[in-house]
Design a protein around this ligand. Structure first.
Ligand SMILES: CC(C)(COP(=O)(O)OP(=O)(O)OC[C@H]1O[C@@H](n2cnc3c(N)ncnc32)[C@H](O)[C@@H]1OP(=O)(O)O)[C@@H](O)C(=O)NCCC(=O)NCCS
Length: 186
């Protein structure tokens, strides 16, 4: 369960980075960052990234280095009423349902030079807070075993081995319930 009290973005992070939705003209930066952060068999393709950005920029949170004006990291996803993660969301942005009560997270990327400073954590917490305020119910993702502990620190629970066969690897499905009493999407 996501608790609001966890959403204390480090003051230093907020001083250094601007958190906002991606702009269409930043698609090229996102594509390059994805290629740096993931091996080819796991990375989102150029076309899928462009589709994601044009379809749901409001679910594509970026952290921009205030000094350079460039993206240092991002977290993106799609909304849906489906409640089990499936790989089709990686490749088919048309599955997006803006009123969907759940979010499938599709990519958390932080450029190497910005890692281990709390930026990944801040991106996740800010994202969860935004979606909670929109009335979403659950946020789902898949990750490799080595990242399970990291997402547990962020408030996600390991739901076991996922249906996913992405990149020919074994994935864990993880979920975070956003505390929601009433739906207020739309
Ligand atoms: C994973 C990634 C997003 C982490 O970003 P980051 O900004 O370095 O993360 P943070 O500094 O906020 O670290 C938050 C916590 O995650 C853990 N963590 C960070 N990187 C990790 C890694 N590579 N493996 C396991 N745990 C990690 C840390 O233990 C840290 O907890 P702590 O502060 O209690 O020590 C970044 O390394 C990255 O982009 N990697 C390549 C892409 C990737 O693997 N994305 C996630 C796919 S599921």
């Amino acid at each position: 369960m996501y608790e609001k009290s966890e959403n204390i973005a480090d003051k230093a992070i907020l001083e250094k980075f601007e958190f906002r939705n991606i702009k269409q003209e930043e698609a090229g930066q996102a594509i390059i960052i994805e290629q740096i952060c993931f091996p080819p068999h796991e990375a989102c393709s150029e076309q899928n990234m462009k589709d994601r950005i044009s379809t749901a920029p409001e679910l594509f949170l970026v952290a921009v280095d205030k000094k350079t004006g460039k993206i240092a990291g991002f977290l993106n996803g799609l909304a849906t009423d489906e409640s089990v993660f499936r790989d089709a969301f990686f490749t088919d942005a048309s599955l997006y349902n803006s009123d969907g009560k759940n979010i499938m997270l599709l990519g958390l990327d932080v450029l190497p030079e910005y890692r281990r400073q709390g930026l990944g954590r801040s991106l996740v917490f800010q994202y969860l807070q935004r979606e909670r305020e929109k009335g979403r119910h659950t946020v789902l993702l898949t990750c490799l075993k080595e990242k399970v502990k990291m997402y547990e620190k962020f408030g996600f629970m390991d739901q076991g081995i996922a249906n996913s066969t992405w990149g020919g690897e074994e994935w864990h499905e993880m979920g975070c319930t956003l505390q929601v009493e009433e739906q207020k999407i739309g």
